[in-house]
Design a protein around this ligand. Structure first.
Ligand code: GDP
Length: 481
């Protein structure tokens, strides 16, 4: 990806000659059409401090230039940041109890007594070292956040009840964290129970390549009781140990970016969003873009209700001042000015409108993959028309076998003969595609399909149709984790 000197100058709102002069000063002789990669563009732009206010920076320029600047973090700017932890596991295995127990036992000294409120994340301290917990447990929230682009979790705590062992959601949690490439620590919970059998849990988990260290593996297991607050410090120690291995770092000395953990509309305060800073430092008064919305940080509140003026890496705070409510999992960026924030947000809203428009149009095989990724299509409705009844049945049988858990193939109508207006009407109403075998659409039906954007596919061989659909479905089935 590159941008010409002239284009960069335009977007920055400075004369191209000034950029060329600066480049010359740095030793490169270039023309106005010279392409700059983003790194060079970022360096060049930073020389000018983005000094012109009235420029319609578009999203790509602002965010990519920011992103590239980031790649230039000097080693000495990088500071260790606290790990961000999500708790997962089967229902009733004690996720919520564990989150509560950890919070109660480890509220930062001096903040104890402060009313802790649910803002979607909280941080605790052990011997002066911090850990951030996302307090919406479970893999659904985790994966929903990832689907929107937020990979905020550094470490997953897999809770398995010692009296119950590995259950379906335990497996799902393992698969979701594996898919995300996030390391996992096992908390064998409820060891206070007389029927607890931690050894069995360990045994069962070996099947998932989660093997405790004492058995020659490299998975950390901690036996805990959320109820009796047993071994919670050990669990925190292990989290910190794992975090050290991960060498989690961030540069606090730059504009913040991160993810929205939770957001809602508060009657008195307007849109309220819990943000997790992933890099940089968020400051009161900063202009920010969050998802489709923008604003200025009016106030920042921690989970213990303390007002703060700054939030550094891995530090969750509740922010007011946005113009609207973003979705959990969306990213936020602090940008140089409210104008820039507004530009980015408008650019995104425009994009969103295009996506919405595309959504309201009819389904077609070509778009299936995209629509599926939007979470829009879980079923492909099909109308089959053929020259003989035998073909209709053969096609129906073959196609229905293509159904999977994530995309059902639903034959809503079949018939012998040409594709009629009524077929197209049905397809319009049911958002279906029409498959014709050795038949053609009637003229009126064809016109109607064009205006209604109904996808009609004509085949002479069943095999070809099956292939096309399978291809589209395989797009559908590509992992969206
Ligand atoms: P979640 O569905 O995973 O969030 O599980 P909860 O935290 O709601 O716990 C489910 C049940 O297990 C509750 O009745 C808890 O009181 C109980 N529980 C959780 N942890 C422990 C524990 O360490 N020991 C015992 N005996 N019960 C526990």
């Amino acid at each position: 990806d590159s941008i010409t000197v002239g284009e960069l100058a335009k977007r920055m709102g400075v004369k191209a000659n000034e950029l060329i002069a600066e480049l010359m000063r740095q030793g490169s002789m270039v023309t106005i059409n010279h392409p700059l990669d983003y790194e060079s563009a970022a360096i060049l732009a930073s020389e000018f401090n983005y000094e012109v206010e009235n420029v319609a920076f578009d999203e790509e320029t602002i965010l990519e230039v920011e992103a590239k600047k980031e790649a230039e973090d000097n080693a000495e700017d990088l500071k260790t940041r606290p790990p961000v932890v999500t708790i997962m596991g089967h229902v009733d295995h004690g996720k919520t109890s564990l989150l509560d127990a950890i919070r109660e036992a480890n509220v930062t000294e001096g903040e104890a007594g402060g009313i802790t409120q649910h803002i979607g994340a909280y941080d605790v301290e052990l011997d002066g070292r911090k850990i951030t917990f996302l307090d919406t447990p479970g893999h659904e929230a985790f994966t929903a956040m990832r689907a929107r682009g937020a990979g905020v979790t550094d470490i997953v705590i897999l809770v398995v009840a010692a009296d119950d062992g590995v259950m379906p959601q335990t497996k799902e949690a393992i698969n979701h964290s594996k898919a995300a490439g996030v390391p996992l620590i096992v908390a064998v919970n409820k060891i206070d129970k007389p029927e607890a059998n931690p050894e069995r849990v360990k045994q069962e988990l070996t099947e998932f390549e989660l093997v405790p260290e004492e058995w020659g593996g490299d998975t950390i297991f901690v036996e805990v009781s959320a109820k009796q607050q047993t071994n919670l410090d050990t669990l925190l120690e292990m989290i910190l140990l794992q975090a050290e291995v991960l060498e989690l770092q961030a540069n606090p000395n730059k504009r913040a970016k991160g993810s929205i953990v939770e957001a809602r509309l508060d009657k008195g305060r307007g849109p309220v969003a819990t943000v997790l800073v992933q890099d940089g430092t968020l400051k009161q008064g900063d202009a920010i873009v969050a998802g489709l919305h923008f604003g200025r940080v009016r106030s920042m509140t921690t989970a213990t209700g303390k007002q703060v003026k700054e939030a550094g890496p891995s530090f969750p705070v509740e922010v007011t001042g946005l113009g609207g409510v973003p979705d959990a999992g969306e990213t936020f960026h602090a940008v140089e000015s409210e104008k820039a924030a507004k530009d980015v947000s408008q650019h995104r809203q425009q994009k969103q409108r295009e996506i919405d428009l595309a959504k309201s149009s009819k389904v077609s095989l070509d778009q299936l993959f995209a629509k599926m990724q939007e979470g829009e299509v879980e079923e492909l409705a099909v109308i089959i028309k053929a020259d003989v009844q035998g073909s209709v049945e053969a096609v129906r049988d073959t196609l229905e076998k293509l159904s999977t858990d994530s995309c059902r193939l639903n034959v809503i109508h079949t018939g012998v003969g040409g594709i009629s207006e009524s077929d197209v009407t049905l397809a319009t109403a049911s958002n279906a595609i029409v498959l014709g075998f050795n038949v053609r659409p009637e003229t009126k039906a064809k016109t109607m399909a064009e205006t209604e954007k109904v996808d009609i596919r004509l085949y002479s061989v069943i095999y070809d149709a099956v292939n096309d659909i399978r291809d589209a479905m395989e797009g559908l089935l590509a992992p969206t984790l």
